[in-house]
Design a protein around this ligand. Structure first.
Ligand code: PGA
Length: 229
């Protein structure tokens, strides 16, 4: 079955030249992926008809919030998605602001990808389910609309490490059972052209959120090829 491919470009590409090269290299694949670039480059992708989202949004819709990006403007410029709660941002936010961000995104008809995951200590203490249940409950307090979840163990992000396939499958089943609709759950954390053949065998995964491996368009193309069969 085909898998969703979401690309978190983080702050990896930092010149317009690099962005244009990236776009040129991936033009043929544009309908198979969703790109989350630095917000400053999102319009380049939209002009080239890519599906896009931002890596974060403000908890507020408008007003005196220097340096923030509102869900209203993200939608207005033509983006469709937003990542919320990524572990690289969680140190600057809390459950309340994550909940506000999700509400603001949904109010503005953006599709939310909520990132959740345990750190290494919690993983070693076998507390993964407890942690992610709490993250989900707090993030979605008083929210009933559908979202997408990306399960990303913090210790797997950018490290080359991944949980065992059966562990990922078990956690994804657990997440899906917490919802009363057929939620889409992605896996993220060191997904690459090297491990994608194995990871795509995990039946209950709906797709992948890919960071560092997707910065090289050729590696991303290999991942797309494997996951679209
Ligand atoms: P990674 O990042 O693929 O570089 O591990 C994934 C993510 O942070 O979403």
């Amino acid at each position: 079955m085909k898998k969703l491919i979401f690309v978190n470009l983080k702050m990896y590409l930092n010149t317009i030249k690099d962005i244009q090269n990236y776009i040129d290299n991936l033009k043929k694949e544009k309908d198979k992926i969703v790109i989350f670039p630095q917000a400053i480059y999102i319009n380049e992708f939209i002009q080239n008809n890519f599906h896009t989202g931002t890596q974060n949004i403000s908890a507020y819709e408008k007003g005196a919030h220097t340096g923030e990006i509102s869900a209203l403007s993200v939608k207005d410029i033509g983006a469709e998605y937003v990542l919320i709660g990524h572990s690289e941002l969680r140190e600057y936010e809390n459950n309340k602001t994550i909940n506000q961000k999700i509400k603001s995104a949904l109010d503005n008809n953006l599709k939310v990808v909520l990132c959740i995951g345990e750190n290494l200590e919690s993983y070693n203490q076998n507390k993964t389910k407890e942690i992610i249940k709490n993250q989900i409950e707090k993030a979605l307090e008083k929210i009933n609309q559908e979202i997408i979840i990306s399960y990303e163990p913090v210790w797997a992000i950018g490290t080359g490490l991944t949980p065992k396939e059966e562990e990922i499958k078990d956690i994804i089943d657990y997440i899906k059972n917490l919802f009363n609709y057929q939620i889409k759950v992605l896996y993220g954390g060191s997904v690459s052209e090297k491990n994608i053949n194995k990871l795509k065998q995990i039946k209950n995964i709906d797709g992948f959120l890919i960071g560092s491996a997707a910065v090289n368009p050729n590696n991303l193309k290999k991942i797309i090829e494997v996951t679209q069969k």
